[in-house]
Design a protein around this ligand. Structure first.
Ligand code: NAD
Ligand code: ATP
Length: 341
């Protein structure tokens, strides 16, 4: 049976469509059938002409469950959009960063050809990222039911008014305060909005839910890390007429009138991210946030740790790269080849 990879691009960007064109050609050359969404394929071919070999159209020639992997060419926003698309199927996402940060992306634009090679030789693993189930209740009626990979962010809807909320964990009230908003994040989302609001960074392999108030007018409004089995709720207090708004992953939103209640629990459906590198999360954090590491004198990484190749799923013998001893004062703890700028 043919192997198929869906190529998802940011249609608003020429560089992303160009990368999609290249990805389709490289996939063809590796014996994999590229698949695209109809409108993206039309945009791509308008800019760069028809490919020599045909590209299958999603929902027309092929359905999502027939796809092995989705290559996402864009930034975090494009990956969040892709997560929406594959939510109900078991297909992993592999991000190639063409955005500004691309924290969720696995490789960089310069590694496109290498990334296709790794896909072709099945040299990738799949990591499950926890998502949250989000429900909104107003006057005892469930008015909205959605999910999020990053976070549910409850925010004030009027610039001039503070939002008054009461928080709840495991059906017990915790504390109420006025604020600009409150973020209920997953470990994946802990490096996004929750991070900006002063929340902790949670390593992806840790299962937890994070509560981060935004500009709370309160003496106790610390970020909290709770069990993934906890039931979280935030109620918009009805004693003022301040309106709120709920945003999930910056993509799906609903208005929150006074009295609205947002309930968040761990969802049973994760999002799957494909990984081609075995760099630890700490290295990704340093690289993406450009953290200063000058002066570090830690242990010289073991040969395994500086291995620049992917995690082989199908183990094929490959020569180890020469051990690179970093020059004094410039320790190279980030062995990820995608760091090449
Ligand atoms: N003040 C803030 O930091 C703020 C405000 C609103 C939304 N957001 C975030 O934006 C996300 C939507 O992303 P977008 O790209 O569509 O919007 P966007 O283009 O406005 O980008 C927001 C920023 O968040 C980064 N980002 C998104 N997910 C991330 C993650 N898991 N880890 C690290 N950084 C991440 C993006 O790279 C980008 O720099 C929301 O889920 C929310 O987390 C952040
Ligand atoms: N095909 C598309 N059509 C319309 N909008 C898109 C498409 N792909 C992505 N977007 C939206 O464009 C916005 C910016 O995209 P993206 O996050 O990929 O780039 P970025 O902001 O430069 O990168 P990063 O988020 O990594 O900093 C996001 O809100 C995303 O949802």
């Amino acid at each position: 049976m043919s192997r198929r990879v869906l190529v998802l691009a940011h249609t608003g960007r020429e560089d992303s469509l160009k990368a999609a064109w290249e990805a389709c050609a490289l996939l063809h050359a590796s014996g994999i059938v590229p698949v695209m969404q109809e409108s993206e394929l039309a945009d791509m071919e308008r800019f760069f002409g028809h490919l020599a070999q045909p590209v299958e159209v999603l929902h027309d020639h092929v359905q999502l469950p027939d796809v092995e992997l989705v290559m996402v060419l864009g930034g975090d926003g494009t990956i969040l959009r892709a997560a929406e698309l594959v939510r109900e199927v078991d297909v992993p996402l592999l991000g190639v960063n063409l955005g500004h940060v691309g924290f969720l992306a696995e490789s960089e634009r310069a590694d496109l050809a290498q990334t296709v090679e790794w896909i072709a030789s099945r040299e990738y693993t799949v990591e499950e990222r926890m998502t949250i189930d989000v429900q909104v209740w107003v006057r005892g009626q469930k008015i909205w039911h959605t999910w999020a990979l990053n976070e549910a962010a409850i925010e004030k809807a009027n610039r001039e008014r503070m939002l008054e909320v009461v928080t709840e964990v495991d059906e017990r009230p915790l504390t109420s305060f006025g604020c600009d908003g409150i973020v209920l994040a997953t470990p994946t989302g802990s490096t996004a909005y929750g991070f900006s609001a002063g929340g902790p960074v949670v390593w992806p392999e840790v299962e937890a839910l994070v509560i981060v108030p935004i500009s709370a007018h309160a003496l106790f409004a610390k970020p909290l890390v709770v069990s993934p089995r906890s039931r979280l709720a935030v109620e918009v207090l009805g004693r003022t007429d301040a309106q709120g708004v709920l945003w999930c992953d910056g993509r799906r939103s609903v208005d929150l009138p006074p009295g609205a209640r947002v309930e968040v629990t761990k969802s049973a459906t994760p999002v799957r991210l494909a990984r081609t590198h075995q760099t630890p999360f700490s290295a990704r954090l340093v690289r993406k946030f450009e953290l200063p590491i000058h002066g570090w004198r830690g242990p010289v990484p073991k040969a395994d740790a500086i291995h620049t190749g992917p995690i082989p799923v199908v183990r094929t013998p490959r020569p180890m790269p020469p051990l690179q001893v970093p020059p004094a004062g410039q320790p190279d703890i980030d062995s990820d080849p995608s760091t090449a700028k």
